[in-house]
Design a protein. Structure first.
Length: 305
């Protein structure tokens, strides 16, 4: 089968089998085109909970599929490719969180959603890159232990000077690879372009950008802006998606290192095989783990209102 034929077969199968397909924003465009919902990890989990289908296939990475299972425990959740992990999510475990909490008594623990479900059971609230500032601003606690991404944490802290932050020195290897030199070179090549970056980048990069924000924020900025050229400082797939959505504009990748290999692992055929029951991995979590991991996510929803 060619790509179009495979996509048509996937669309037929998901209707026949009553399956909801979720695609993270960093997935390739051929997967986007067969998905029921596209978005960030939390947004996809919310859509999955609302979807009438009882089976969900996640084209993304493991912590995203776990979050879907936590919010929809009654549903069968499949990770399209069982090797799709996240280096940031593996930088800390629950024991490390408990150790840091003992070293910082009185601090509220805030975890980026890019973490395992087991780790989430030890924290007070979960945040996303798009919601972190609003949620932390609404928290009554002044002392914040932010984990695991120190770059995102520092970006949030800069906007909330009334809070006192401590960080774990972790982060996204893809975004941390972007340098100020990359920004300088890209601006020299494309002097009319706006630089849009993710706050997982180091501060020396975000400070040079015209805009720093979540993946959804970057895409909305580019689509709504009157400018015609943009340099994109996040996962390379976003350039492709924006080229499809804004054919009258030009998009350039900030660096050739803006590639998440875990996101690139999942293919259209992985989604197809998961639909056939011949691939993927079912996400299984204990009732206790689901209950305890859901608590900080529920608080995120409450504080984000």
């Amino acid at each position: 089968m060619n790509t179009r034929e495979l996509q048509d077969r996937i669309i037929e199968l998901k209707k026949e089998k009553d399956v909801c397909i979720l695609a993270h924003a960093y997935q390739s465009h051929d997967i986007w085109e067969v998905a029921d919902y596209v978005g960030d990890s939390y947004g996809l989990s919310v859509q999955a909970a609302k979807a009438p289908q009882k089976t969900v296939i996640m084209a993304g990475v493991r912590f995203m599929a776990e979050t879907v299972k936590v919010l929809s425990p009654e549903k069968k959740v499949l990770l399209a490719n069982d090797l799709a992990g996240c280096t940031m999510a593996l930088q800390m475990d629950r024991d490390k969180v408990l150790e840091m909490q003992k070293e910082n008594p009185g601090y509220a623990t805030v975890a980026y959603i890019n973490t395992t479900s087991e780790l989430k059971t030890a924290v007070d609230v979960v945040v996303t890159s798009s919601s972190a500032v609003k949620i932390l601003k609404n928290m009554p606690e002044k002392d914040i232990l932010f984990i695991p991404d120190c770059n995102l944490g520092a970006w949030v802290a800069k906007q909330l000077p009334e809070k006192n932050f401590k960080f774990f020195q972790g982060g996204c290897s893809t975004h941390m690879n972007i340098t100020p030199t990359d920004v300088r070179i890209a601006r020299e090549k494309h002097p009319e372009a706006k630089v849009l970056v993710h706050p997982e980048c180091r501060a020396s990069v975000t400070e040079q950008a015209d805009y720093a924000g979540s993946t959804t924020g970057i895409m909305n900025y580019a689509k709504e802006s009157d400018c015609k050229e943009f340099i994109i400082g996040t996962e390379s797939s976003i350039v492709q998606h924006l080229q499809f959505e804004c054919p009258d504009k030009k998009f350039y990748l900030l660096s050739d290192r803006c590639v998440c290999h875990n996101m690139k692992i999942t293919t259209l055929y992985d989604v197809y095989n998961a639909l056939l029951g011949e691939g993927g991995e079912e996400i299984l979590l204990s009732d206790e783990l689901i209950r305890d991991a859901k608590r900080p996510i529920d608080r995120m929803i409450e504080l984000g209102k």
